[in-house]
Design a protein around this ligand. Structure first.
Ligand code: NAD
Ligand code: 022
Ligand code: ZN
Length: 393
C-alpha cells in the first residue's frame, strides 16, 4: 500500500490589511469633500466591501444639510448601494469574498432570541441599533480614518457607501444574484424596495381597492407601480411638481392631481373624486410633510381606510387631526424600509427583477462615474427632475 504523504502545513489566508481609498467625507453642514481615507479590516462579524454602484437618496442630503439633529460629523454618508465582498472578519459565514451584496440600514440578525426577527409582523431588528445611531460599528469603534491627519470618521446608517470601500455588519449584508446589473440592484437598498413593501407588506393593498399616493418621487412611484401590480383601481397620484405626472401615469396612475390647482383642502378634492364618495381604501404619504400626512389620513375611506406613512418628517414635526377621523374608522400606520426583512427580501426582489416581474430601470434618471461625481449627483437630486441618480465607482 502507498504510504500516506504527510499533510502540508495549513496555509493562512492572507491577513486583510488597511485599505487606502477615495471617499466623500461630510465634514460639516454642506461641506462634502473627496478625501483619501483608510478603511481598517473587518473585525469579528463584519464584512469589508468594495462599492460598485451608489444611488443617492434624500436622507443623505437631509443629513448633509444639517437638518438631522442626530447627524454626526465628520461622516461618510450614503446608504443605497451594490457592493462586492473584499474580505470577511472572524465568524462570518453568510457571505464570502467575491459575493455581490446590497447593504441594508435595517439589519436582520435572525437570532432565535430576537423577538423582532422571529416575528413575521416586523423588520425592525434592534440588534445593532444603538451603535448604528452613534455612527460606529457594533463594537463601538469606527473603521474609517482620514489619511491626512489620522482623525476618526463616523459611519452612517450602518452603510457609509460614499466610499470605494466600507465595512458593514454581517447582519446588514443581503447577498444577491450577481447577474442583475449593479445599477439596478442598488435601488433595492432603499427607496424602491420601500415603496413596493409599503404596498405589499405594510398596507397589504388588495385587488380592486382604491389608492391615493401623495408625493411622486421614486418612493411614491414605486407605490404606484406596486399598487398597479396588485390590481388596485383607481390609483390617484398627488404632487406639486407636474413634471412627475407623465411617468406616474405610465406606471399606473389613473389620475394625477396638483394641490396648487385647488383652493379646497386636498382631502376634500380627493374624496369628491373617489369611487364611493367616501375616500380611498389605501392612502400613502411619500412626501415627509406632516400637513400632507393629515390630508392622506383624512382622504382614507370612512369605516376602513388605511393611511401609511412612508415619508420621514423633519425633526420635531408633529401630526394633527381630529379624533373623529379614527372614531369613524380611518386608520394609520407607517413603514421602515417597506417592512422588508433585509437579508431575506432583497435577494428575492432581485430574483423577481431578473424574471421580469419587477421593472426598475425607469427610476434611473441620471448616471455618473467616480466617487467625486457624488457632488454632481447631489445637484441632480435637488433639480426636481431626478428620481434616482446612480454613481458608478
Ligand atoms: P422625492 O423628494 O424624490 O419625492 C418627494 C415628492 O413629493 C416630490 O416629487 C415632491 O414634488 C413631492 N411633494 C413635496 N411636497 C408635496 C406636497 N405638499 N404635496 C404633494 N407632493 C409633494 O423623495 P423620495 O426619494 O421619493 O422619498 C420620499 C420620502 O420617503 C422622503 O421623505 C424620504 O425620506 C422617505 N423615505 C422613507 C423610507 C422609509 O423607510 N420609511 C425609505 C426611503 C425614503
Ligand atoms: C432612508 N430613510 C429615509 C430615506 N432613506 C429612512 C430613514 C429612517 C428610517 C427608515 C428609512 C427609520 C424608520 C424607523 C427607524 N429608522 C428607527 C429604527 C429603529 O429604531 O430600530 C431609522 C433607521 C436607521 C437610522 C435611523 C432611523 C440610523 O441608522 N441612523 C432604520
Ligand atoms: Zn434612503
Amino acid at each position: 500500500m502507498k504510504r500516506m504523504e504527510p499533510s502540508p502545513p495549513p496555509v493562512c489566508p492572507p491577513c486583510p490589511t488597511d485599505i487606502t481609498c477615495k471617499a466623500m467625507v461630510a465634514f460639516g453642514v454642506n461641506d462634502l469633500r473627496e478625501c483619501e481615507v483608510i478603511v481598517a479590516p473587518p473585525r469579528a462579524g463584519e464584512v469589508r466591501v468594495k462599492i460598485v454602484c451608489n444611488a443617492l437618496c434624500h436622507t443623505d442630503i437631509y443629513t448633509l444639510g444639517g437638518s438631522d439633529p442626530e447627524g454626526l460629523f465628520p461622516a461618510i454618508l450614503g446608504h443605497e448601494a451594490t457592493a462586492i465582498v473584499e474580505s470577511v472578519g472572524d465568524g462570518v459565514r453568510s457571505v464570502k469574498v467575491g459575493d455581490t451584496i446590497v447593504p441594508g440600514y435595517t439589519p436582520q440578525c435572525k437570532e432565535p432570541d430576537c423577538i423582532f426577527c422571529m416575528s413575521p409582523k416586523t423588520n425592525l431588528c434592534p440588534r445593532i441599533r444603538g451603535t448604528q445611531g452613534k455612527g460606529v460599528m457594533p463594537d463601538g469603534t469606527s473603521r474609517f480614518t482620514l489619511k491626512s491627519d489620522r482623525s476618526t470618521i463616523f459611519h452612517f446608517m450602518g452603510c457609509s457607501t460614499f466610499s470605494e470601500y466600507t465595512v458593514l455588519a454581517e447582519i446588514s449584508c443581503a447577498k444577491i444574484n450577481p447577474s442583475i446589473p449593479h445599477e439596478h440592484a442598488c435601488l433595492f437598498g432603499c427607496g424602491i424596495a420601500t415603496g413596493l413593501g409599503a404596498v405589499w407588506n405594510t398596507a397589504k393593498v388588495e385587488p380592486f381597492s382604491s389608492v391615493a399616493v401623495f408625493g411622486l418621487g421614486a418612493v411614491g412611484l414605486a407605490v404606484v407601480q406596486a399598487a398597479k401590480a396588485i390590481g388596485a383601481h383607481p390609483i390617484i397620484g398627488i404632487d406639486v411638481n407636474e413634471k412627475k405626472f407623465a411617468i406616474a401615469k405610465q406606471l399606473g396612475c389613473t389620475d394625477c392631481v396638483n394641490p396648487k390647482d385647488h383652493d379646497k383642502p386636498m382631502q376634500q378634492v380627493l374624496i369628491g373624486m373617489s369611487p364611493t364618495g367616501f375616500g380611498y381604501d389605501y392612502t400613502f404619504d411619500a412626501t415627509g410633510n406632516t400637513d400632507v400626512m393629515r390630508s392622506a389620513l383624512e382622504a382614507a375611506h370612512r369605516g376602513w381606510g388605511l393611511m401609511t406613512i412612508i415619508g420621514v418628517a423633519a425633526a420635531g414635526k408633529e401630526i394633527s387631526t381630529r379624533p373623529f377621523q379614527f372614531v369613524t374608522g380611518r386608520r394609520c400606520t407607517g413603514t421602515a424600509f417597506g417592512g422588508w426583512k433585509t437579508r431575506d427580501a432583497i435577494p428575492m426582489l432581485v430574483e423577481r427583477t431578473l424574471k421580469g416581474e419587477i421593472k426598475v430601470e425607469h427610476f434611473i434618471t441620471h448616471k455618473f462615474k467616480g466617487v467625486a461625481e457624488t457632488t454632481k449627483a447631489l445637484e441632480a437630486l435637488h433639480s426636481g427632475d431626478c428620481l434616482r441618480a446612480v454613481v458608478e465607482y
